[in-house]
Design a protein around this ligand. Structure first.
Ligand code: FDA
Length: 585
């Protein structure tokens, strides 16, 4: 007999675990989350918060979304991605990043009701965790996962209560391993991994110092420092990273993973800070310093029976592209509604298979992308004549060479510009953030052809209602008061939604009948003149890819489950068939 019994046990209160807990509690599922420490992240860690993640927070509630904005550095402060000799030294180039180029900003505004922002994990985690606990999650801190065993009806997990030193057993129907990059749950579940851990060495130096005079005129979250040794180990370049504008900072500096691990003493940390900022007299208030490794490692399978892993437990990669916490939160958005529907008896267990089918390819994609971004800093060093092995004296000469009026110098300047512009694949890769399309048994395409990407899929978001894609965002207007409402706001909140237009009323009746038949909460919206939501701008007509009498069936995670371009001869039978297929009924 276990000490505690709960529907879902979650190991880890990081972005993945806390989001899962918050979503499950919002959906009315009893869950418990444990963390081996007594509190949440004690260093800022991940910051970049992309629009897709903000859509998850918005789905949790406007108050959750608003609180994130309240504590975040606004998108306008993120954008002047600077490459320099040091913060006080010469600037070598820059590019507008994170949706701050006017063309990119337009794409951001058109893609989502939310805004990208920069929110340190020390703010994000408490927000998610608080939301979970407020809504019913049982949280147990200082509780360390030790092992689990699963059988046909559930999982028995043994944890160590670190306050008493006693072991406790927790019986749950499902176990979620959100226990980070050293995941024991993934290891014990026997998940197969590909790639390598520890491909580079890096150190984080967190400190306070007012650097306004170096940065306020070129606001950015990232200042890249090109100095001898900056391309060794680490993330490709020396980095001065804004934590809070402009008085809290994180320096990321690499070391050779094949050599001994450096001891980051206060003197050493101060020396690195002075060197990268370019101020030999700079005084810093050192907050913490630690070393970490660059990983290139992902799970080929993310679940085993009743055990599901997510976040860094299944994708381990450097912070390039800012994908770590974002992808972890998005994993949770994919899994939580499925667990809820299975536990409520609204879906069969096979629905859960779609988690692996949908998220394992994403794990591989983002690990590969983040590591590729490190490699893509090489051409900047090459263009500057700063490749590894070149002496500091020669480097200075090569840097100097670009300032001359010769054809060689002009060619060098062109090469530098090209290499910096190419970094948009790391710093402005909106497509990587927004274009996730799923293929699984929880999507019914009925042979509808996947639309090809018209622009580079890593750089540009391309809206489509092709089943498996995320529902496009369009601002609709409320008929009663004219207020803007995103199409995404009509969906989500743990339920399926059917969207149709004038002439699609038969879909509404069909949806109501099928919802009653299957015991589902299914929201239905008719979009059109004198209906509750009106497409005054015509954007919905342009992007929905269905006729007014067609319909979209949207999953609780905003992804399209099924699309009918027009009215069918038997709408109720069609909808019943599709929902039964998706929900394994
Ligand atoms: P996360 O690691 O956040 O959470 C794991 C949770 O599991 C923690 O609550 C932990 O205590 C708990 N846990 C682990 N083992 C346990 C056990 N046996 N029993 C109980 N609980 C257990 N990313 C980025 O994009 N930019 C950055 O600058 C950084 N910097 C950074 C610094 C440091 C020091 C770390 C550790 C990580 C980063 N990251 C980062 C990575 C980013 O923080 C990461 O991608 C997300 O936190 C992943 O979220 P998860 O919820 O998956 O794991």
């Amino acid at each position: 007999m276990a000490d505690i019994s709960i529907d879902v046990l979650i190991i880890g209160t990081g972005p993945a675990g806390s989001t899962t807990a918050a979503l499950l509690s919002s959906y009315g599922i009893a869950n418990m989350v444990v963390n081996r420490y007594r509190w949440l992240a004690n260093t800022p860690r991940a910051h970049i918060t992309n629009q897709r993640t903000m859509e998850v927070l918005r789905d949790l509630g406007r108050e959750v979304e608003d609180e994130a904005y309240m504590f975040a550095a606004h998108q306008d402060l993120m954008g002047e991605n600077v490459f320099c000799e040091s913060l006080a030294g010469e600037e070598i180039g820059r590019m507008k990043a994170w949706g701050n180029h006017p063309l990119s900003r337009a794409e951001h505004l058109m893609s989502s009701p939310t805004r990208m922002n920069d929110l340190p994990q020390t703010y994000m985690e408490p927000l998610l965790f608080k939301t979970a606990c407020q809504r019913g999650t049982q949280a147990r801190m200082s509780t360390e996962y030790l092992r689990h065993e699963q059988d046909a009806t559930g999982v028995t997990t043994t944890c160590l209560d670190r306050l008493t030193g006693k072991e406790i057993t927790i019986r749950s129907k499902y176990l979620v391993g959100a226990d980070g990059a050293k995941s024991l749950v993934a290891e014990h579940a026997g998940l197969p991994f590909e790639g390598r851990m520890g491909v580079g060495g890096s150190m984080n130096i967190l400190f306070r110092a007012d650097l306004s005079k170096y940065v306020a005129h070129r606001p950015s979250v990232l200042y890249w420092v090109m100095q001898p040794g900056a391309d060794v180990g680490g993330i490709g370049m020396g980095l001065v990273r804004m934590v809070r504008p402009w008085n809290e900072w994180l320096i990321v500096w690499g070391y050779d993973i094949n050599g001994p691990e450096p001891e980051v003493t206060p003197e050493f940390a101060t020396g690195v800070a002075r060197q990268l900022i370019g101020d030999p007299d700079l005084e810093i208030e050192l907050l913490s310093a630690n070393v970490w490794t660059v990983n290139n490692y992902y799970a080929n399978r993310t679940a085993e029976g009743r055990v599901f892993c997510m976040g860094d437990a299944i994708h381990r990669h450097p912070p390039s592209n800012g994908l770590g916490s974002n992808t972890s939160i998005q994993d949770a958005f994919n899994l939580a509604w499925k667990l809820a529907m299975v536990l409520k008896g609204q879906a069969g267990a096979r629905l859960l298979d779609s988690y692996d089918a949908e998220r394992a390819p994403i794990a591989k994609q983002i690990v590969t992308r983040a590591n590729q971004s490190i490699a893509e800093t090489g051409p900047i060093f090459a263009a500057l004549g700063m490749a590894e092995g070149v002496s500091p004296e020669q480097m200075q000469k090569n840097l100097q060479a670009r300032t001359e009026g010769t054809p060689e110098a002009e060619a060098q300047r062109a090469a530098i510009r090209k290499a910096i512009a190419f970094k948009k694949y790391e710093f402005d890769a909106h497509g990587v953030e927004m274009n996730q399309r799923y293929r699984s048994n929880a999507v019914v395409t009925q042979g509808q052809i996947e639309p090809a990407f018209q622009l580079d899929p890593d750089l540009h978001a391309q809206p489509t209602t092709w089943p498996g894609a995320r529902l496009p965002h369009v601002w609709l207007y409320r008929h009663d008061n004219g207020a803007e409402v995103s199409t995404l706001d009509l969906c989500g909140h743990g339920r399926f939604t059917l969207l149709t237009g004038l002439g699609g009323e038969a879909w509404v009746q069909a949806a109501q009948a099928v919802a009653a038949e299957l015991g589902l909460d299914l929201a239905v919206h008719v979009i059109g003149p004198r209906r509750p939501h009106v497409d005054h701008s015509g954007e919905w007509a342009r992007l929905s890819e269905i006729g007014d009498d067609g319909c979209l069936l949207v999953r609780p995670d905003h992804h399209v489950a099924w699309r009918a371009t027009g009215m069918s001869a038997a709408p109720e039978a069609d909808l019943s068939r599709v929902l039964r297929a998706v929900l394994d009924r």
